[in-house]
Design a protein around this ligand. Structure first.
Ligand SMILES: Cc1cc2nc3c(=O)[nH]c(=O)nc-3n(C[C@H](O)[C@H](O)[C@H](O)COP(=O)(O)OP(=O)(O)OC[C@H]3O[C@@H](n4cnc5c(N)ncnc54)[C@H](O)[C@@H]3O)c2cc1C
Length: 461
């Protein structure tokens, strides 16, 4: 009997189990999850409101990119396609010079596709546009290797474009500091454009894929519906999914691996470690100390993810965007806020406005250190500054994602290659999956899980 053990029941681990089942190479597939629930960062719960109603709102990820195939395909395989919905509003605003202005629509991850776009001018102002035109038209050699996003793009686009558009966008998505983030790993389309040399905006425009269909999708029941359906399908196929079963260690036993939980030890022919990288470092330390050392160098950032519900009448100003970015120069605690009930029609009950904002990012530990009361106070102060909301919310929920965001430093791609090679040499029956490796989003995480299970199925074939 051949057994695969998957450690971690986030979307990456569950996708690994799903791929293993499709391939049929293992007689027994067991998923071990530390938490009392499956799903990891895909968590959707009801938020009770004082009028006795409730809103079902995601506590973490609220959608996946539809322009990558992995999540879309998984939804098809699980029969979820009919349940998918896309944002009612796609555009976002940015807080500059004390007011909210529409972010330019025509950008590639914030890099303007046209330096003369009036929407770009509206955000940058005339001096910012002059700086952009001058930087973009200077003679730039093609990029080789990997670089930190911030310093490199300041040279290519000028400081204002980075400060007002690219930085808030890329920093916000990753809870990161663009001065310490890998261009290649975090923004591959921009890195590809930079490798062309010359004008970055022209290269980005040449590479831009014409918009076709929605950019984001999510199940109507919330992102957790994807993992719930996945667990249901796995259990139907005989997979043993265990919760409250934290794995304490992996030990080599000949070609097999002993997987220890507090009250059990499983002998596995293959293991997918689909935990955050800092946990993976600890787990693989006995089977591959070299891979563990490398994994231990991945930094993680904690965020306090805040959901606030306001009475509709208490929110001034036009709610004509899916949310807003807030550049560092505004000196706020939050770097972005999503206007959830504008973005998602199914979160809009007509009486309330849902705002989601995150506290904490790379270099700012307040997502971990502030109390709930302090987090709420900081977010409310920032919403007063940016959106003019002075009324108290009718409901607040704070979700702590401790070590929730792995940081992709310059050279991240090489680091992942080295980890994979080292682990492959020391313990080829152990593979890694999850958001720390090939992209922080749901589709990339699914992809790593499926590829890990596919490789292990082939190894044992
Ligand atoms: C606030 C927030 C917002 C986000 N928004 C989006 C978004 O809108 N779109 C998007 O695409 N992505 C988003 N993401 C990223 C997305 O959530 C991740 O890509 C994805 O959920 C990662 O899945 P995973 O399986 O790699 O990790 P996780 O979901 O972290 O799963 C890892 C699992 O391993 C378990 N575990 C840990 N240690 C052990 C152990 N010793 N034994 C057994 N199990 C263990 C954990 O309990 C957890 O369940 C967001 C993330 C956060 C934090």
């Amino acid at each position: 009997m051949t057994r695969l053990v998957v450690v971690g029941a986030g979307v990456a681990g569950l996708a690994a189990a799903w791929e293993a089942v499709q391939r049929g190479r293992f007689d027994d597939v067991v998923v071990l999850e530390a938490a009392p629930r499956t799903g990891g960062k895909l968590l959707t719960t009801d938020m009770s409101l004082p009028d006795g109603t409730s809103l079902r709102i995601d506590e973490g990820a609220d959608a996946f990119l539809a322009r990558r195939p992995e999540a879309v395909q998984l939804c098809e395989e699980l029969g979820l396609t009919d349940e998918l919905t896309s944002p009612a509003m796609g555009r976002a605003k940015v807080f500059v010079d004390g007011e909210l202005r529409m972010l330019p629509a025509r950008t590639a991850l914030g890099v303007p596709l046209d330096v003369h776009d009036p929407e770009v001018a509206a955000v940058l102002g005339p001096d910012g546009v002059a700086e952009l035109v001058s930087a973009d038209s200077a003679d730039h050699a093609p990029l080789t290797g990997d670089v930190a996003i911030g310093p490199y793009l300041r040279e290519r686009l000028g400081a204002t474009t980075v400060e007002r558009i690219v930085g808030p966008l890329l920093g916000g998505i990753n809870a990161g500091d663009i001065d310490r983030m890998s261009l290649q790993a975090v923004a591959p389309p921009i890195a590809a454009a930079a490798r062309a040399g010359g004008s970055l905006t022209s290269a980005a425009a040449t590479n831009a894929v014409p918009a076709d269909g929605p950019v984001f999708l999510t199940p109507l029941g919330g992102s957790q519906r994807l993992v719930d359906r996945l667990v249901e399908a796995l259990v139907d196929q005989g997979v043993d999914v265990r919760t409250a079963a934290p794995v304490g260690s992996l030990t080599a036993d000949g070609k097999q691996v002993l997987v220890a939980t507090a009250d059990d030890e499983l002998t596995a022919d293959a293991v997918v470690v689909a935990t955050p990288a800092n946990v993976a470092a600890r787990l693989v330390s006995a089977v591959s100390p070299g891979a563990a050392d490398l994994l231990g160098s991945v930094d993680h950032v904690s965020v306090a993810f805040t959901t606030l519900v306001f009475d509709r009448d208490d929110v001034p100003g036009p709610l004509d965007a899916a949310g807003m970015l807030v550049p560092h120069s505004a000196s706020t605690t939050i770097t972005a806020a999503s206007w959830g009930s504008v973005k998602w029609a199914h979160w809009d009950d007509g009486r309330h406005v849902v705002v989601r904002a995150s506290v904490g990012h790379d270099g700012d530990d307040r997502g971990r250190t502030l109390s709930d009361e302090q987090v709420t106070a900081a977010v409310l102060e920032d919403l007063a500054t940016t959106m003019g909301i002075t009324a108290a919310p009718v409901a607040v929920r704070i979700t702590r994602w401790t070590d929730g965001f792995p940081q992709y430093r310059p050279g991240h791609g090489d680091l992942v290659r080295q980890v994979t090679e080292q682990l492959g040499a020391d313990a080829p029956q152990v593979r890694l999956a999850g958001m720390a490796y090939e992209g922080v989003g749901i589709p990339a995480s699914i992809g790593t899980g499926r590829r890990a299970a596919a490789a292990l199925s082939e190894l044992l074939a």
